[in-house]
Design a protein around this ligand. Structure first.
Ligand SMILES: [Zn+2]
Length: 48
């Protein structure tokens, strides 16, 4: 029951690079994902 987990989860967000089949030459998409319940808090784009 993932939704219940998220309700009580004290999120521990860690940055994850988005996995892509295609290499992005202009930058990386970074997602902050909770390691406990996979909740995504934020995403940002970092240019090289
Ligand atoms: Zn969480």
């Amino acid at each position: 029951m993932n939704w219940l987990k998220r309700l009580v989860c004290k999120h521990d967000h860690q940055p994850h690079k988005k996995l892509s089949m295609f290499q992005n030459l202009s930058g990386d998409s970074i997602y902050y994902v909770c390691t406990k319940c996979d909740h995504i808090r934020d995403s940002l784009f970092i240019k090289h």
